[in-house]
Design a protein around this ligand. Structure first.
Ligand code: MN
Length: 394
């Protein structure tokens, strides 16, 4: 049973008026980190469809892919860069000439180039000295800038890197012309207070003009909390993916980060929230995923109510048990009838079907519903309508 949306103005934010004028950038990487989710491979057509939906949703930047990966990936990135209008398209490249050349060849206007800066990665993966890493990072940024690209530089595994070395790398790439620097929490080991001090430290230590970004992973369920904390501590941009898809436990979920920034903190984001549920469904479909019902903002239960106390409250005033009006995020409020129902939900359903809710009928129906639920039978809308009609002799 859906309740027709009753528009009410948002009256709840936590920001105490301090956040209002800051505009936060969102770089969506559903089509790059998201597609690196184990077992996922999208066709170029599916990638384009998602990119166009993301542009319509209003993200600031779409990371379309990693062009050197495969021929199909290269073509998909090239097509997205050609077809998407009004939103920056960016592509991933290691700090390698061959990778950056592929981005240039795909006619993408922006490159996201990266090299690892943690001792662990430098020693066991790159087999390079810190000096060589800085040299390569600077070379990559200068090379990309000399081809007219917007450059975002990521210090891979930043949250496990030596802090003084990290600052040195960031300072060097900013001086080489990087437009944006990004702090990736590559294996999701940061937690909010740590992220907060790291972001503040980078912001105050690295001199020059640059946009500061974070890229958070969800290995400990902290991706969204770390992202919004980073923004609160002075970062300008967060990397996000729709539904939090991504490597391992995934990335920070776009719908959660954007909603928290806008509705809790009061920052400005350029997202058209009314489209956010539609985009989530499209991504779920192309990734072959079921959206968990309890998923924030876009889950089927995000604005559903069954318990008697909650239904009674919501029917009197929706804000009693909802943080925001579901229609703001393109969702619907649902009243679900079951074991936890009270008479107000039953009365509501009877009225919706055009009958007068007599006390004896309401109580009889409520008992029937609870009996069925106790036997494990889910009382869906069709069954409920049938029960009501039986009571009224139809
Ligand atoms: Mn990642």
């Amino acid at each position: 049973m859906c309740i027709a949306p009753t528009q009410y103005s948002l009256s709840y934010t936590n920001n105490h008026g301090k956040a209002k004028d800051r505009v936060v950038r969102l770089l969506d990487t559903t089509l790059r980190d998201g597609e690196q989710m184990p077992g996922i491979s999208l066709t170029p057509q599916q990638k384009l469809e998602i990119a166009l939906a993301l542009a319509e949703l209003g993200v600031d930047s779409i990371e379309a892919g990693f062009p050197i990966t495969s021929r199909g990936e290269f073509e998909a990135v090239k097509t997205i860069a050609r077809e998407v209008r009004g939103t920056e398209v960016i592509a991933l490249a290691r700090a390698e000439k061959a990778d950056i050349d592929k981005v240039i060849e795909a006619e993408v206007p922006a490159v996201h180039t990266f090299i690892a800066t943690s001792d662990l990665h430098m020693k066991y993966k790159l087999r390079m000295s810190p000096g060589q890493v800085i040299e390569k990072a600077v070379w990559a940024v200068e090379y990309a800038k000399s081809h007219g690209l917007v450059v975002e530089f990521s210090a891979e595994d930043a949250t496990r890197s030596n802090l003084r070395f990290l600052i040195k790398v960031f300072q060097a790439v900013v001086e080489a012309g990087a437009d944006r620097i990004d702090i990736p929490d590559t294996v999701g080991v940061a937690y909010p207070s740590y992220m907060s001090s790291l972001v503040s430290y980078v912001r105050s230590s690295v001199k020059g003009s640059y946009i500061l970004s974070v890229h958070c992973h969800n290995d400990f369920g902290m991706a969204v909390a770390n992202s919004v904390t980073a923004i609160e501590s002075g970062a300008d941009q967060a990397h996000v993916t729709v539904l939090g898809v991504g490597e391992r436990a995934g990335n920070a979920a776009l719908e959660e980060v954007a909603s928290a920034l806008a509705f809790l903190y009061g920052y400005k984001v350029k997202i058209d929230f009314s489209k956010i549920n539609k985009v989530a469904k499209l991504v779920a479909q192309h990734f072959g995923l079921q959206i968990p019902p309890n998923k924030a903002i876009v889950g089927a239960n995000a604005f559903s109510h069954e318990s008697g106390i909650h239904v009674h409250g919501v029917l009197n005033h929706p804000l009693t048990y909802e943080p925001i009006d579901p229609s703001i995020v393109g969702a619907e409020r649902r009243i679900v009838v079951g074991k936890h129902s009270g008479k107000h939900a039953i009365m509501y359903v009877i009225k919706q079907l055009g009958y007068e809710p007599r006390e004896d009928v309401v109580m009889r129906l409520l008992n029937k519903v609870k009996d069925l639920a106790d036997r494990g039978i889910r009382v869906n809308q069709n069954l409920l309508i049938k029960l009501v009609k039986e009571e009224y002799g139809e």
